[in-house]
Design a protein around this ligand. Structure first.
Ligand SMILES: Cc1ncc(COP(=O)(O)O)c(C=O)c1O
Length: 395
């Protein structure tokens, strides 16, 4: 019988998520009884705050069991619009909002409806792994723009100019950044936006870590700096990270009306609305910075704890993360050291297999010189992980 090709060229191009795969391997090792410390996952280790969980219980009791509008129930869309208006100083209404299955679907809706095959999409490097894969899955070409470690991961302006000269259809921005934990200052972001404003590129601003920020200056929203860009900017955010709600799957887009109409239509023919119970829970969360603040303080203390550990290991260094729960370990000296693995993937595998620590290799983010450590774990786990790293790499 003829063997049928079941995938298209576009289907074959998509690679699985390295971070999800690595996390799954670490979990499988732990399930088999190995004492693995899994610092690879991108999710808070705290429970969702009680008022949000209680709202979900009420939603079950009240019987929110049916379909909702594909873009989400009106009160939730209005609440998200109001919250975004306060953050950016740009007037939004519920009509600008589509509530999505996490920020991942928000990005996919936005890219799917803004690009045609062959378009170029600017992606800051190092990049969150999903950007490149979504861009390629849509038949577009990622154009990577260097954000070098030496400048605290600010975008290199020559690299940005070179990318913009290639006629980008969309420019992805991600401050605060996964994987680096860097926050762009007003000045750094302003210089990037000035350049983009001189072109016809659309902006896709992923601000999912906007509330987990440790620097006093806080997160700078692109639209708060340059409100005029609102007519060509789609903001992506969601509740997964700040509210410890990864499994509830609540993300959203806030975008111009024509872009929103297209995303709403796409979602209506793909997933329809997100879970109705999650929407009621989200309604109890949006705007509740008081629920987020205690978790941010926990992350800040853990970040400081990790930096003390890093300083005690000669072969490691790290940019102090200004946000997120990621520590981006510079391993360039490790790779040059005698007797240790000499490439980032081999190093990550060796650390997992031999020392039972799961970290994400920078290759997943287009960067061979770093490992990402998630400090969304208890102090005890972090202390033990650094003790193992010190033993593996020499103190
Ligand atoms: C930068 C960035 N954007 C978007 C997402 C997706 O978040 P969600 O779980 O809401 O889909 C993640 C999750 O890891 C992320 O790190």
């Amino acid at each position: 019988m003829k063997v049928m090709e079941t995938t298209s060229a576009r289907g074959r191009v998509i690679q699985p998520s390295v971070t999800l795969e690595l996390s799954a391997k670490a979990k499988a090792m732990a399930a088999a009884g190995e004492k693995v410390l899994n610092l690879s996952a991108g999710e808070p280790d705290m429970p969702t705050p009680a008022p949000i969980v209680e709202a979900a219980h009420r939603a079950l009791d009240e019987g929110h069991f049916g379909y909702t509008a594909a873009a989400g129930v009106p009160p939730l869309r209005e609440a998200i619009a109001e919250d975004r208006t306060q953050r950016c100083g740009v007037q939004f209404s519920g009509a600008n909002v589509v509530v999505t299955n996490g920020a991942k679907q928000a990005l996919f809706n936005a890219l799917s409806t803004a690009t045609d095959p062959g378009d170029r999409v600017g992606v800051p490097l190092p990049y969150w792994v999903t950007y490149a894969e979504q861009v390629r899955a849509l038949g577009c070409e990622p154009v990577f723009i260097d954000c070098p470690a030496a400048t605290g991961f600010a975008m290199d302006s020559d690299a940005l100019d070179a990318a913009l000269a290639k006629d980008l259809r969309v420019m992805i921005l991600n401050s605060p950044s996964n994987p680096t934990g860097a926050v762009w200052s007003k000045q750094q972001l302003g210089s990037v936006l000035d350049r983009i404003a001189q072109t016809d590129a659309l902006i896709l601003s992923d601000e999912i870590y906007e509330d987990i920020v440790f620097v006093e200056s806080g997160h700078v929203a692109p639209l708060s700096l340059m409100p005029d860009l609102a007519s060509r900017c789609c903001v992506v955010s969601g509740l997964s990270k700040a509210f410890a709600m990864t499994g509830w799957r609540v993300g959203y887009t806030v975008a111009p009306l024509d872009w929103t109409r297209a995303m709403n239509a796409l979602q209506g023919h793909s997933t329809s609305n997100i879970c109705a119970i999650s929407q009621q829970a989200a309604l109890a969360a949006v705007g509740r910075t008081d629920l987020v603040a205690p978790m941010v303080e926990v992350f800040r203390a853990r970040r400081d704890r990790c930096m003390v550990h890093v300083d005690s290991i000669d072969l490691l260094s790290a940019h102090t993360p200004e946000a997120t729960f990621y520590l981006y370990l510079d391993i360039s000296r490790v790779l040059q050291a005698e007797g240790l693995p000499d490439d980032v993937d081999a190093l990550a595998n060796w650390l997992l297999d031999e020392h039972k620590i799961a970290l994400v290799p920078g290759s997943a983010f287009g960067d061979p010189l770093h490992l990402r450590l998630s400090f969304a774990s208890s102090d005890e786990v972090l202390d033990e992980a650094f003790a193992r790293l010190a033993a593996a790499l020499g103190g």
